[in-house]
Design a protein. Sequence first.
Length: 242
Amino acid sequence: MVSTAPDHRIRLPVLRAALLRQTFVHWRFPPDEVQRLLPDGLVVDEWDGAAWVSLTPFLMAGVRPAYVPLAPALAAFPATNLRTYVRWLGGRDGVWFLSSEVANPVMLAARLVGAPYHFADLSVTTADDTMSYVGTRRGGSPFYRLVVRPGPRISPSELDIWLCGRWRAYTWRLGTVFEIPIRHDPWALSSATLEDLTENLITAAGLPPPGGEPLVHYSRAVGNVRLGPARPAWLQDLMSST
């Protein structure tokens, strides 16, 4: 299992969920191609001189507001993130979402904290030991079709941990960078074989088409996902220094 632990606590989570049947497809990119898409205050986090961009389709289950104990959870629904890996100038690492597709319009409320959520027609299906993910953004042209064959569990490498052991997301709102802390159970990662992939989410986000063979992971489930309140990253710097 990926064992890197979060470096923060979330005393008052605002959202709880579980992530199911998640695939990660990771590509290397020139750092300058990614940096030009980031807001001031965020810099590309590099591994071996490269930026990385990941397509991550999954199912969200048990989504509910953490501060309303009796609130019913939403039915499971597909979602897909296109993300890259960044650091705040204060040094904290995290992810930056280039785009996020969701099949439940309730999740569009995340736009209030700057998350780039889009309503989309998405599906996640299984057949003949493969996982298939299909998505088309409503009212736009971005789409993808991804088929992978999950393999055996792996002992994660340092790169696997670097890609999957991320415990905060950054967003842009009101002219500043916001930081959202995340905690969840450790990832149990498996290898996966890419059977088919057609997509234009990457070019729609402003990047060139990826080159080279991607690194692919699969995880059957991760539970106890908790998201903390969004705060300006500069305010988190002040809080950390006191």
